[in-house]
Design a protein around this ligand. Structure first.
Ligand SMILES: Cc1cc2nc3c(=O)[nH]c(=O)nc-3n(C[C@H](O)[C@H](O)[C@H](O)COP(=O)(O)O)c2cc1C
Length: 227
Protein backbone atom coordinates (compact mmCIF):
# COMPACT_ATOMS: atom_id res chain seq x y z
CA UNK A 1 0.00 0.00 0.00
CA UNK A 2 1.09 3.56 -0.79
CA UNK A 3 2.73 5.05 2.37
CA UNK A 4 0.68 8.22 2.05
CA UNK A 5 -2.52 6.15 2.15
CA UNK A 6 -1.50 3.82 5.04
CA UNK A 7 -1.91 6.36 7.87
CA UNK A 8 -5.39 7.60 6.92
CA UNK A 9 -6.51 3.96 6.36
CA UNK A 10 -5.31 2.89 9.83
CA UNK A 11 -7.03 5.94 11.31
CA UNK A 12 -10.23 5.06 9.49
CA UNK A 13 -10.10 1.45 10.76
CA UNK A 14 -9.65 2.71 14.36
CA UNK A 15 -12.60 5.09 14.02
CA UNK A 16 -14.83 2.37 12.53
CA UNK A 17 -13.83 -0.03 15.39
CA UNK A 18 -14.87 2.62 17.94
CA UNK A 19 -18.18 3.35 16.24
CA UNK A 20 -19.04 -0.31 15.49
CA UNK A 21 -17.78 -2.31 18.51
CA UNK A 22 -16.22 -5.61 17.43
CA UNK A 23 -18.10 -8.53 19.01
CA UNK A 24 -15.93 -9.91 21.80
CA UNK A 25 -14.77 -13.53 21.59
CA UNK A 26 -17.08 -15.78 23.59
CA UNK A 27 -15.44 -16.85 26.84
CA UNK A 28 -15.81 -20.59 27.35
CA UNK A 29 -14.90 -23.21 29.94
CA UNK A 30 -11.14 -23.10 29.25
CA UNK A 31 -11.10 -19.31 29.91
CA UNK A 32 -13.08 -20.01 33.09
CA UNK A 33 -10.52 -22.60 34.24
CA UNK A 34 -7.72 -20.04 33.69
CA UNK A 35 -9.72 -17.40 35.60
CA UNK A 36 -10.24 -19.86 38.46
CA UNK A 37 -6.50 -20.56 38.62
CA UNK A 38 -5.69 -16.82 38.49
CA UNK A 39 -8.15 -16.24 41.36
CA UNK A 40 -5.99 -18.53 43.52
CA UNK A 41 -8.05 -21.74 43.58
CA UNK A 42 -6.22 -24.95 44.52
CA UNK A 43 -8.15 -27.13 42.06
CA UNK A 44 -10.45 -26.73 39.07
CA UNK A 45 -13.34 -29.00 38.05
CA UNK A 46 -13.68 -29.58 34.30
CA UNK A 47 -17.38 -30.41 33.99
CA UNK A 48 -18.50 -31.62 30.57
CA UNK A 49 -21.80 -31.48 28.69
CA UNK A 50 -22.75 -34.95 30.01
CA UNK A 51 -22.96 -33.88 33.67
CA UNK A 52 -26.19 -33.95 35.65
CA UNK A 53 -27.62 -30.83 37.30
CA UNK A 54 -26.78 -27.19 36.60
CA UNK A 55 -23.99 -25.89 34.36
CA UNK A 56 -21.29 -23.98 36.23
CA UNK A 57 -20.57 -21.37 33.50
CA UNK A 58 -19.77 -17.89 34.78
CA UNK A 59 -17.88 -15.99 32.03
CA UNK A 60 -20.00 -17.00 29.04
CA UNK A 61 -23.53 -18.26 28.63
CA UNK A 62 -24.16 -21.88 29.59
CA UNK A 63 -25.81 -22.56 26.20
CA UNK A 64 -22.57 -21.66 24.39
CA UNK A 65 -20.28 -23.58 26.76
CA UNK A 66 -21.43 -27.11 26.08
CA UNK A 67 -18.24 -29.11 25.60
CA UNK A 68 -18.07 -32.86 26.15
CA UNK A 69 -15.84 -34.19 28.94
CA UNK A 70 -13.59 -36.03 26.44
CA UNK A 71 -12.69 -32.74 24.69
CA UNK A 72 -12.77 -30.49 27.72
CA UNK A 73 -10.47 -32.30 30.17
CA UNK A 74 -7.29 -32.33 28.02
CA UNK A 75 -7.84 -28.69 26.99
CA UNK A 76 -8.13 -27.57 30.60
CA UNK A 77 -5.24 -29.83 31.70
CA UNK A 78 -3.07 -28.08 29.07
CA UNK A 79 -4.24 -24.60 30.06
CA UNK A 80 -3.71 -24.62 33.85
CA UNK A 81 -1.07 -25.86 36.28
CA UNK A 82 -3.38 -26.55 39.26
CA UNK A 83 -4.90 -30.06 39.60
CA UNK A 84 -7.88 -30.80 37.34
CA UNK A 85 -10.86 -32.91 38.43
CA UNK A 86 -12.84 -34.36 35.52
CA UNK A 87 -16.64 -34.40 35.83
CA UNK A 88 -19.53 -35.40 33.61
CA UNK A 89 -20.42 -38.89 32.46
CA UNK A 90 -18.09 -40.74 34.82
CA UNK A 91 -19.91 -43.61 36.50
CA UNK A 92 -17.48 -46.51 36.70
CA UNK A 93 -13.81 -47.51 36.80
CA UNK A 94 -13.44 -47.19 33.02
CA UNK A 95 -14.54 -43.57 33.18
CA UNK A 96 -12.10 -42.79 36.00
CA UNK A 97 -9.13 -44.34 34.17
CA UNK A 98 -10.10 -42.58 30.92
CA UNK A 99 -10.23 -39.25 32.78
CA UNK A 100 -6.71 -39.84 34.14
CA UNK A 101 -5.50 -40.77 30.65
CA UNK A 102 -6.93 -37.44 29.38
CA UNK A 103 -4.84 -35.51 31.91
CA UNK A 104 -7.14 -35.28 34.95
CA UNK A 105 -5.71 -35.57 38.45
CA UNK A 106 -8.99 -36.68 39.99
CA UNK A 107 -12.67 -37.08 39.22
CA UNK A 108 -15.92 -35.60 40.53
CA UNK A 109 -18.90 -37.95 40.24
CA UNK A 110 -22.42 -36.70 40.90
CA UNK A 111 -25.15 -38.86 39.40
CA UNK A 112 -23.63 -42.16 40.62
CA UNK A 113 -23.74 -40.91 44.23
CA UNK A 114 -27.18 -39.34 43.78
CA UNK A 115 -28.55 -42.84 43.14
CA UNK A 116 -27.30 -44.25 46.46
CA UNK A 117 -29.52 -44.45 49.52
CA UNK A 118 -27.13 -42.16 51.43
CA UNK A 119 -28.04 -39.25 49.11
CA UNK A 120 -30.92 -36.90 49.91
CA UNK A 121 -32.66 -37.78 46.62
CA UNK A 122 -36.13 -39.28 47.05
CA UNK A 123 -36.73 -43.01 46.53
CA UNK A 124 -38.69 -42.11 43.37
CA UNK A 125 -35.66 -40.23 42.02
CA UNK A 126 -33.18 -42.98 42.98
CA UNK A 127 -35.35 -45.70 41.44
CA UNK A 128 -35.67 -43.69 38.22
CA UNK A 129 -31.87 -43.30 38.04
CA UNK A 130 -31.41 -47.05 38.50
CA UNK A 131 -34.19 -48.06 36.08
CA UNK A 132 -31.71 -48.80 33.26
CA UNK A 133 -33.95 -46.84 30.91
CA UNK A 134 -32.94 -43.21 31.45
CA UNK A 135 -32.98 -40.54 28.74
CA UNK A 136 -31.74 -37.12 29.74
CA UNK A 137 -31.90 -33.64 28.24
CA UNK A 138 -30.91 -30.09 29.07
CA UNK A 139 -33.58 -27.66 30.18
CA UNK A 140 -33.99 -24.22 31.72
CA UNK A 141 -37.57 -25.10 32.56
CA UNK A 142 -36.93 -26.64 35.99
CA UNK A 143 -35.21 -23.64 37.61
CA UNK A 144 -34.50 -20.96 34.99
CA UNK A 145 -30.85 -22.03 34.67
CA UNK A 146 -29.60 -24.61 32.18
CA UNK A 147 -29.43 -28.06 33.80
CA UNK A 148 -29.56 -31.74 32.83
CA UNK A 149 -32.26 -34.06 34.09
CA UNK A 150 -34.33 -37.09 33.13
CA UNK A 151 -36.58 -36.45 30.14
CA UNK A 152 -40.09 -36.98 31.50
CA UNK A 153 -43.55 -35.47 31.12
CA UNK A 154 -42.65 -32.40 33.18
CA UNK A 155 -39.52 -31.69 31.12
CA UNK A 156 -41.39 -32.09 27.84
CA UNK A 157 -44.08 -29.66 29.08
CA UNK A 158 -41.65 -26.95 30.23
CA UNK A 159 -39.44 -27.31 27.12
CA UNK A 160 -42.50 -26.98 24.88
CA UNK A 161 -43.03 -23.46 26.29
CA UNK A 162 -39.39 -22.34 26.24
CA UNK A 163 -40.39 -18.74 25.50
CA UNK A 164 -42.28 -18.44 28.77
CA UNK A 165 -39.56 -19.77 31.10
CA UNK A 166 -38.86 -17.28 33.91
CA UNK A 167 -35.33 -16.33 35.04
CA UNK A 168 -33.72 -18.17 37.98
CA UNK A 169 -34.92 -18.46 40.75
CA UNK A 170 -38.47 -17.50 39.75
CA UNK A 171 -38.94 -20.55 37.49
CA UNK A 172 -37.66 -22.76 40.32
CA UNK A 173 -40.27 -21.33 42.70
CA UNK A 174 -42.99 -21.75 40.06
CA UNK A 175 -42.14 -25.39 39.31
CA UNK A 176 -41.88 -26.14 43.04
CA UNK A 177 -45.62 -25.53 43.34
CA UNK A 178 -46.14 -28.53 41.07
CA UNK A 179 -43.26 -30.70 42.27
CA UNK A 180 -44.21 -30.76 45.97
CA UNK A 181 -47.73 -32.23 45.41
CA UNK A 182 -46.37 -34.47 42.61
CA UNK A 183 -43.87 -35.99 45.05
CA UNK A 184 -46.66 -36.62 47.57
CA UNK A 185 -48.67 -38.33 44.83
CA UNK A 186 -45.55 -40.36 43.84
CA UNK A 187 -45.71 -39.03 40.26
CA UNK A 188 -42.12 -39.43 39.01
CA UNK A 189 -43.26 -38.19 35.59
CA UNK A 190 -43.98 -34.77 37.12
CA UNK A 191 -40.77 -34.38 39.13
CA UNK A 192 -37.52 -32.63 38.28
CA UNK A 193 -35.19 -35.63 38.29
CA UNK A 194 -31.58 -34.47 37.95
CA UNK A 195 -29.35 -36.91 36.12
CA UNK A 196 -26.22 -37.08 34.00
CA UNK A 197 -26.00 -38.99 30.75
CA UNK A 198 -24.30 -41.85 32.58
CA UNK A 199 -27.35 -43.05 34.56
CA UNK A 200 -27.82 -46.26 32.56
CA UNK A 201 -24.39 -47.41 33.76
CA UNK A 202 -25.45 -47.28 37.41
CA UNK A 203 -25.80 -50.45 39.49
CA UNK A 204 -25.09 -49.56 43.09
CA UNK A 205 -27.59 -48.62 45.78
CA UNK A 206 -25.06 -47.85 48.52
CA UNK A 207 -21.92 -45.70 48.65
CA UNK A 208 -20.02 -48.63 50.16
CA UNK A 209 -20.82 -50.94 47.21
CA UNK A 210 -20.12 -48.16 44.69
CA UNK A 211 -16.75 -47.22 46.21
CA UNK A 212 -15.71 -50.86 46.52
CA UNK A 213 -16.47 -51.49 42.86
CA UNK A 214 -14.62 -48.33 41.78
CA UNK A 215 -11.47 -49.16 43.76
CA UNK A 216 -11.41 -52.79 42.60
CA UNK A 217 -12.25 -51.79 39.01
CA UNK A 218 -9.59 -49.07 38.74
CA UNK A 219 -6.96 -51.43 40.19
CA UNK A 220 -7.96 -54.18 37.74
CA UNK A 221 -7.30 -51.79 34.84
CA UNK A 222 -4.16 -50.06 36.15
CA UNK A 223 -2.26 -52.95 37.78
CA UNK A 224 -1.74 -54.86 34.48
CA UNK A 225 -0.39 -51.56 33.06
CA UNK A 226 2.20 -51.52 35.86
CA UNK A 227 0.69 -48.40 37.49
C1 LIG B 1 -28.53 -32.78 41.69
C2 LIG B 1 -27.32 -32.11 41.09
C3 LIG B 1 -27.19 -30.74 41.21
C4 LIG B 1 -26.06 -30.09 40.66
N1 LIG B 1 -25.96 -28.73 40.79
C5 LIG B 1 -24.86 -28.11 40.27
C6 LIG B 1 -24.71 -26.70 40.40
O1 LIG B 1 -25.56 -26.00 40.93
N2 LIG B 1 -23.59 -26.11 39.87
C7 LIG B 1 -22.62 -26.86 39.24
O2 LIG B 1 -21.61 -26.29 38.79
N3 LIG B 1 -22.74 -28.20 39.12
C8 LIG B 1 -23.83 -28.83 39.62
N4 LIG B 1 -23.95 -30.19 39.48
C9 LIG B 1 -22.89 -30.94 38.79
C10 LIG B 1 -22.00 -31.70 39.78
O3 LIG B 1 -21.27 -30.82 40.60
C11 LIG B 1 -21.01 -32.63 39.03
O4 LIG B 1 -20.07 -31.87 38.29
C12 LIG B 1 -21.73 -33.58 38.09
O5 LIG B 1 -22.78 -34.22 38.77
C13 LIG B 1 -20.76 -34.62 37.54
O6 LIG B 1 -21.29 -35.27 36.44
P1 LIG B 1 -22.20 -36.61 36.54
O7 LIG B 1 -23.52 -36.17 37.08
O8 LIG B 1 -22.28 -37.09 35.13
O9 LIG B 1 -21.49 -37.57 37.47
C14 LIG B 1 -25.06 -30.85 40.02
C15 LIG B 1 -25.22 -32.23 39.88
C16 LIG B 1 -26.35 -32.87 40.39
C17 LIG B 1 -26.49 -34.36 40.18
Amino acid sequence: MNKALRLPTLLAVRIVRRVIPVRRRHKGPVDEAIAIEQAGADIVVAAGFEAGGHRGSFLGSADESLTGTFSLVPQIADAVSIPVAAAGGIADARGIVAAFDLGADGVQMGTAFLATEESSASALHRNALLSGNVRTALTKGFTGRLARGIKNRLMDAVNANEGSILPYPLQRALVRNLVVPAAKAERADLLQLWSGQNANLLKHRTVDALMHDLVVGVSAILVPRGK
